[in-house]
Design a protein around this ligand. Sequence first.
Ligand code: G4P
Length: 198
Amino acid sequence: MESLKQAIRERGNVLSDTVLKVDSFLNHQVDPKLINEIGQAFAERFKNEGITKVLTIESSGIAPSLVVATHLGVPFIFARKKKSLTMTDNVYRSQVYSFTKQETNEITVSKDLLHADDRVLIIDDFLANGQAAFGLCEIVEQAGAQVVGFGIVIEKSFQDGRKKLTDKGYRVESLARIQSFKNGTVQFVDEFVTQLSK
Ligand code: G4P
């Protein structure tokens, strides 16, 4: 998605060989025009899949999920990392370890919200090692529902999240795929492949 790649190039900040800061448009301040385009792009790709729920994890997955869900005309659910005051113990649970943050979060979704007949699209802002993705899958499985696919805003293709998901047969749609952050610059997968073939 060209407008997203342009935002990453112009407004993103490479912090290290593995981490990209996108606080100015995606996961702290949110650019409403861009997030709307992101949501539309996912909705377009999954519109014929009979999605009944969009599922994400708080906090940065919420903005794109809201837009996708609006365009698909279905509810979206965000898995919570902290127990809410009103949430009972009637929840699906899963443990998500973050390699980036080196911490484990227990994520929960109320059993009232996800059902065996749901067809679920999982959305997240980043895909790195796939820990969050698999945690969300586990929750969908506990509900007896079906994961239809994954919509990822920024995939760090040099980490193995995509491979782990596609090896399990899941459909993964990423709007920007990053080959590397070497020398402080973002190299996208498609541009890398074009360069190789020249
Ligand atoms: P994984 O789920 O694919 O294994 O990824 P990982 O553990 O590495 O990432 C955990 C958290 O770090 C996620 O946020 C993810 O969005 C974020 N993250 C991963 N790589 C990057 C990156 O290059 N840049 C930025 N800005 N964030 C990255 P989270 O724990 O769900 O927190 P939240 O921000 O959604 O609250």
